[in-house]
Write a protein that binds this ligand. Sequence first.
Ligand SMILES: NC(=O)c1ccc[n+]([C@@H]2O[C@H](COP(=O)([O-])OP(=O)(O)OC[C@H]3O[C@@H](n4cnc5c(N)ncnc54)[C@H](O)[C@@H]3O)[C@@H](O)[C@H]2O)c1
Ligand SMILES: [Zn+2]
Length: 359
Amino acid sequence: VTGGAAEFTLELPGGRSTEIAVGPGLLAGAAPWPVAATVADRAVWELHGARLPQTWRRVVLPLAPGEGAKEWSVLGELLERLCAAGLERGDCLAAFGGGAALDVGGLAAALYLRGVAWIACPTTLLAMVDAAVGGKTAVNLPGAKNQVGAFHAPTRVLADTELLATLPEAELRSGLGEVLKTALIAGEELLARLERDAAALLRREAAALGPVILACLRTKAAVVAEDEREGGRRAILNLGHTFGHAIEAVAGPGTIPHGVAVAAGLGCALELAERTELLEERPLRARVARTAALLQLPASLDELRRTSGCLLPAPALRRALDRDKKRAGSRPRLVLPRRAGEIEFGLAVDEADLLAVLA
Ligand SMILES: NC(=O)c1ccc[n+]([C@@H]2O[C@H](COP(=O)([O-])OP(=O)(O)OC[C@H]3O[C@@H](n4cnc5c(N)ncnc54)[C@H](O)[C@@H]3O)[C@@H](O)[C@H]2O)c1
Ligand SMILES: [Zn+2]
């Protein structure tokens, strides 16, 4: 890979691995890796399809833009189209789009002929820092997000930062929420970089985006390498998500962008860590709140209530916490920070502390 790109390898059990590259314009240099069919978010294809190597564009399977693609019926059609196109066991698929297109394309690759190789080409900030790496693929069932899926890691991730120029503002903000979460997991260096480069990131400057995306990918890859199937430690990637999912559920699907809900969820997790005296780095809560503000993200539930116009009543949030998939038994299990770079998971907390944070 050329043109100011950075790359590294995520080693997985069983001799599998994912080659990960980040940089401006790197899709243009992807021709050396043969691709028999490209599954693409239709809207992204119209904007950026011409950036893919000519050979990747011979068989293109367009998907409905965004979350609408993550349907059982869409997956079924996709598999039929792969069969009709004559794809064989040794062929490689590419998935081109945000997390939604990657989730469906990756799942199709997992299922077709019991598994063919695939290359993830993420086109949103969220997909570059999160969805593209880690091997989770999924579609939704009615009312049940990501209910059907498989672990099937891509052989390669190509994060071409030039694609972010056309990303809608709300999607950029959503990705930055996930970046802030990752910085809390990664620790001091990335957190300081975010503080320093927040304005440049909002302006989508390549020089700021590239290193941040790379650091996020390295952080997630390190966690996934240790615990690919989420038997334990991979749960720390859900920092801010127990609260974030509850916020999204109460606000109603699609009302508050995922990463924005996660940012408010981080505020909740920090407040809870402070209340329960788990938080050892006392200034961290205020520091993350300042960084969130620099990234134009909400730092707390109250701020999100004010800015979104959603009421988000505490009792409804509390009920939604109980419905979250990632609970164990009857009580919510939480992921909370001890300090930047040191995250605990599987924690049960006092009901009174939980309610105080939601109030
Ligand atoms: N597998 C995982 O580990 C994982 C991790 C995080 C999220 N996800 C999944 O990812 C999905 C969310 O993905 P997302 O936030 O990337 O958004 P998305 O795929 O839903 O896309 C959002 C919108 O942005 C548009 N878009 C995408 N790239 C664009 C570009 N470069 N320019 C202009 N428009 C563009 C799309 O057409 C769509 O309308 C969810 O379904 C979530 O469950 C999966
Ligand atoms: Zn998330």
